[in-house]
Design a protein around this ligand. Structure first.
Ligand code: GAR
Length: 189
């Protein structure tokens, strides 16, 4: 079995969708979920699904931290950032080369970088009157949203779409494609 560790910061719809996708999978299992927010709703979702979840604070997360030691001891085949909003420390990136992936709710390199996450992305897309947005799954490197792109999917936006409607369309793409992309990465390696 290959196993995945998920990271999330908020509601956790992607986490729930990924966990459900891999339930009963013959080759891939979800080990646990880590969150940087102890009141994040993703923990309630994990409780309901019977999946172990851990929250951590800033000192546990920084370079050369206890969390890095824990991750190394768990030896994940893949670390998946599924709505995780903190920057991954340099030493963590170095410890898991090509083993940390992220989903970003826009078509990178547009609308990436520090401060570009969640609804901020969709508001900027709306403000710039874009005619399409989408998702980018990419490897994580030392710079926000700049690692090698694995797959992108786009969706049309109309001028009447609100930022909330853009968010809904993008989340639909995330839920449709992200688990399959994860599965493909693990079956190639
Ligand atoms: C997702 O749309 C994900 O793409 C985004 O956070 C949302 C989390 O939703 N991630 C980023 O913005 C990372 N820069 P969820 O908690 O419902 O899965």
């Amino acid at each position: 079995m290959k196993h995945i560790i998920l990271f999330a910061s908020g509601s956790g719809t992607n986490v729930e969708n990924i966990i459900k996708y891999f339930e009963g999978h013959s080759a891939i299992a979800i080990s646990c979920v880590f969150t940087n927010k102890r009141d994040a709703f993703v923990i309630d979702r994990c409780n309901a699904m019977g999946v172990p979840a851990f929250s951590f604070n800033g000192p546990a997360f920084k370079d050369d931290s206890i969390l890095l030691k824990i991750l190394k001891s768990l030896q994940p085949d893949l670390i998946v950032l599924a709505g995780f909003l903190r920057k991954i420390p340099t030493e963590m990136v170095a410890a898991f080369p090509k083993k940390i992936i992220n989903i970003h709710p826009a078509l990178l390199p547009k609308y990436g970088g520090k401060g570009m996450y969640g609804k901020h992305v969709h508001k900027a897309v709306k403000a710039n009157k874009e005619t399409e947005s989408g998702i980018t799954v990419h490897f994580v490197n030392d710079h926000y949203d700049e690692g090698a792109i694995i797959e992108q999917r786009s969706v049309k936006i109309t001028s009447s779409d609100s930022a909330d409607e853009i968010a809904r369309k993008v989340q639909e793409l995330e839920h449709l494609h992200f688990p399959r992309i994860i599965e493909a990465i693990l079956s190639e390696n």
